[in-house]
Design a protein around this ligand. Sequence first.
Ligand code: GCW
Length: 687
Amino acid sequence: MVAAALLAAGQACAEDGYALWLRHAPLEGEALADLREAAPIVPVIVGRPGSPTLAIAEAELRRGLAGLQGYDRPRLTRDSTEIVLSCGEEKGDGAAGFGIAPEMIEGRQAVVIAAEDHVGCLYGSFALLRALGEGKPLSEIRLTEAPTMPLRMLDHWDNPDGTVERGYAGRSIIDWWHLPEKLDPRLVDYARANASIGINAIAVNNVNAKAFMLEPRYIAKLARLADAWRPYGIRVFLSARFSAPMELGGLPTADPLDPAVKAWWKAKADEIYASIPDFGGFLVKANSEGQPGPQDYGRSHAEGANMLAAALGERGTVIWRAFVYRAEDSTDRTMQAYAEFQPLDGQFAGNVILQIKNGPLDFQPREPFHPLFGAMPRTRVMLEAQITREYLGQASGIAYLAPLWKEVLDADTGRGGTVAQIVAPTGMAGVANVGSDRNWTGTHFDQANWYAFGRLAWNPALPSEDIAREWAAQTFTRNPQPLGTITAMMLASRGTVVDYTGPMGLAHLMGTGHHYGPAPWVCDLERPDWNPCYYHRADNGGVGFDRTATGSNALAQYAPAVAAQWSDPATIDPRFLLWFHHMPWTHRLPSGRTLWEELATRYDAGVAGVDRMAADWASLAPAIDPERHAAVAGDLSIQRKEARWWRDASLAYWQSVNGLPLPPDTAPPAEPLDAYRQRKFPEAPGQ
Ligand code: GCW
């Protein structure tokens, strides 16, 4: 009774976040009247035969339209607008996209979703619901869209035992142990959410892979997943351990040029394709962080990748990761992947894609784009982003990552286009952030990162702001005033995290192993390049990594025009200053402040930014359902604490190195440096 009265009054009711952006909450005001009057009939399918994919499109439209009209099932009138799915005969992969337009058909009002194939029609159905969900009138929706990138992929770092490397949202959503007999219905909801944003490929397991996942029993499990996801236009990929021929096949070597090794992989691929005819292929982390690879046998990455590519043949793709670096190599770590791979340009088989992280280090809150983009014109390359926030506060508070990815996608490589243009013919992968938590991603706002990743892989030209607004309108509220507040909070959030964790180009200052919280003082780890000190190089004289010609000269890996924009500390974008330059603490910046003063200002801005988010969110209480409002308020109070901790620990540490007094108006850290150094978190999640 009470709930009904609240609903009738248009009040929000309790929600747990499971529905994601697919809530289809009832429209309000004119938009509601408009859609109720149109009373869409869902759908009339032309272009039979039908398929599971079209059945899903139809069910989604039915469910979504009813929800938006505030009914439990669609209601018809004599003048109902027909929704017509006009699709080609094949299931297809949706690559040609869809069109949506109003039309008169035999004197009746209709909205036609037209596509060359069934998956295109599914994408069009979700797009129609998205536009309505943002409050656009049905009769005014006209869209023509096709995905920019063919491969729009999620990489799961999920282990077969249910743990998730760098996962902060509970356990893996894949219950490998009980597959193939038991398929959690949640995995179908997962596919549905992914299809709604155009994701079409999923690598199901950690790149630090177990060989046994190639055993027949796992192929059966994988086949069950592939069957469940196929109607949603999603293909499965498997992370493969390079040494599997030894571990599973009993061979004495995994040398990619060894005939027995080649034969083993060929037979394995045949076995997989016998159960999964549209298997996507293998994702491989080789000769990186202890993983086996072709270099163990004196072979190159290209020789390793090409051997696997030959085993797959035309049926699939090898996605080979460029994330390699060696402790024994004293070269600046950010230069090692380029040094390793650039000379191999032109040597990779046509069905190999090189997957390159957005920056040359490792998913830091801010990095310049990776110099390999544009530098391998004869190699298919794709972008790897991290949706899970390993280095950006994990699952605390809010950090909306579209601006981070846009910074990279929009960067001009100086070698034939922006990063987005370079990867457009291939694709983009994101390390997934979902887990068994009821809201999927640990915090409600982390859903936005999953959403934004999919939207950008579909269309990298979309502005971060538009994505934030459409997500928030579907997820929280369409009411313009609170919607504007949420959008603004999201847009500022990543810059805020950069400010309180590592401003001005500082990077990799996080705690050892778990990467949670500040630890800029760590200087004594066995591997030099795992030490924060390796990256900040702070001493009494200054701070920052000299990557100019007087230092590591990492700048030389970029196109000359790009290098030029970063080579002079006087003209460089200050956000990258300490990434490329070692500067005196007393160096004067364009702002008029010294470097030391500027750093203190940025840390304070970070803390203030989080306080502002918390206050803005508090002001939204009347506009958001109480359950999610309280959950986000809790997330933000954690983030407020963490921002202060980062600021205080960092300032205390820098001060211990530079011996300078705190700049005027800078509050002293709450505790002495040693207190921060003593904090230990052996139980931190995600390791
Ligand atoms: O960011 C680092 C992570 C590792 C990860 C590695 C990689 C899967 O700390 O946990 O391993 O990158 O991308 O391979």
